[in-house]
Design a protein around this ligand. Structure first.
Ligand code: NAD
Length: 419
């Protein structure tokens, strides 16, 4: 029986992906035991004084999957559907992602089960500060460094940085990345994930001899990652024909004006009703004939029931885990080239690493410096993954997992066990 995507457990998917890649690597049992599971899992109960004078309790998590290659690193998600298993899956993917782009970090993730769209700024600030106090024993610039994820942003990071710094007694900008520039954030961090997606799409187009100019693009999830990827693809001459957010899907077969759409989204918070566009159903958006489909919303949006309808040449996973394993197999059969999440969206954590380096050195780089270094990292990682894909005749996802897992495995084997 097919598992419904909504019932699919992201952590099961993460473990299944690990086993497939570990089998392809011929990884021994002992190494698997040491690197497969999260090192630390913390659940915190977060009481928050709401604006109506009542206390509301939120369940929240921080998971450190690996610190083998360096401090654990990963974003914090605020969403009503956050579960511990989702956070464990996202933390696991962070470990392999950091290793794929070869930055000296392990993997972590945090999450708060809440509905930020229905909370005031004051409530979000109190929630963030109390959550930070809850995870304080785990985080720190040499231990575990949070960053933004779905429905968290530079302001959230500023509150975390301030709360952490106030408990220590001095400013510690390196405890989080994705901060405002005025607090030690890096130029280029806000657009880093979308920019990284763009670089990997460029590499994939080169590999497939597909001209980016005139290529038809569909973006599911017009948020931070999706909108920046759309903008850079638009600037490179691609035609972004459809985009969506949690409220609406819009289409213009002649191409949407992305800078204007971004302007409208910044003003209104959504894409619905954009001039010169027509509304379409979410299922129709995924089924549009296009060259590049960018899922940039949440997990499991492409699954066994809708993967057959996908008619793209490239699927660029800006989101984490947008394809279920069943969808993966279907797209592979359809010969669709998938740029897997741990490669495709690694630009965010890469510039987070640059931010951390700049904070540690108290020396800040020009935006162009950040872009150039990011392009080099992303294109090198794409080349390394593609080589495994071609040499070992495995999917790009298995190839990326093989690369990430093999680097962590090598590190753990050299380190050994202590105590
Ligand atoms: P975001 O909150 O800025 O954007 C998410 C967007 O998805 C919003 O526009 C929202 O309306 C839309 N959305 C939500 N549910 C949807 C649905 N069912 N259909 C269509 N659209 C929907 O978040 P983000 O930071 O852009 O993250 C998006 C994805 O990218 C997540 O999977 C995240 O883990 C991943 N990611 C983000 C970063 C980063 O640096 N921001 C880095 C790596 C991976």
């Amino acid at each position: 029986m097919l598992t419904k995507a909504s019932e699919l457990n992201a952590y099961d998917v993460a473990l299944e992906n690990f086993d497939t890649a570990a089998d392809a690597l011929g990884l021994d049992h002992d190494t698997r035991e040491m690197i497969k599971y999260p090192e630390r899992v913390l659940t915190v109960s977060v009481p928050v004084l709401m604006d109506d004078g009542h206390i509301r309790r939120f369940e929240a998590y921080r998971v450190q999957h690996s610190s083998v290659r360096g401090p654990a690193k990963g974003g914090i998600r605020y969403h009503p559907q956050v579960t511990l298993d989702e956070v464990k899956a996202l933390a696991t993917w962070m470990t392999w992602k950091c290793a794929v782009v070869n930055i000296p970090f392990g993997g972590a993730k945090g999450g708060v089960t809440c509905d930020p769209k229905h909370m005031s700024q004051h409530e979000l600030e109190r929630l963030t500060r109390r959550y930070t106090s809850g995870i304080l024993p785990l985080i720190g610039p040499e231990q575990d460094i949070p960053a933004p994820d779905v429905y968290t942003n530079p302001q959230t990071m500023a509150w975390i940085m301030d709360t952490y710094s106030m408990t220590k007694g001095y400013a510690i900008p390196g405890v989080v990345t994705g901060k405002p520039i005025s607090l030690g954030g890096s130029l280029g961090r806000n657009e880093a994930t979308g920019r990284g997606v763009f670089y990997t799409v460029q590499s994939a187009c080169e590999h497939l001899h597909l001209p980016l100019k005139g290529a038809k693009v569909v973006v599911q999830g017009f948020g931070n990652a999706g909108s920046i990827a759309a903008q850079l693809l638009y600037e490179a001459g691609a035609k972004v024909i459809a985009v969506s957010d949690s409220r609406a899907c819009i289409l213009n077969r002649n191409g949407l004006n992305i800078p204007e759409l971004m302007h409208m989204k910044a003003l209104t918070g959504h894409v619905e009703g954009f001039p010169e566009s027509e509304p379409i159903a979410p299922a129709d958006l995924l089924a549009l004939e296009c060259d590049i489909l960018v899922p940039a919303a949440l997990e499991n949006t492409i699954h066994a029931e809708n993967a057959n309808s996908v008619r793209a040449k490239i699927v660029a996973e800006a989101a984490n885990g947008p394809l279920t394993p069943a969808a993966d197999r279907i797209l592979e059969r359809k010969n669709i080239f998938v740029i897997p999440d741990i490669l495709c969206n690694a630009g965010g954590v890469t510039v987070s690493y640059f931010e951390w380096v700049q904070d540690e050195q108290h020396l800040f780089w020009e935006a162009q410096d950040v872009y150039d270094r990011l392009e080099k990292v992303m294109k090198n990682a794409f080349r390394d993954v593609l080589k495994i894909h071609v040499d070992k005749k495995v999917s790009m996802r298995i190839a990326a997992n093989m690369l990430g897992i093999s680097r962590v495995a090598e590190a753990v084997q050299i380190r050994g066990i202590y105590p």
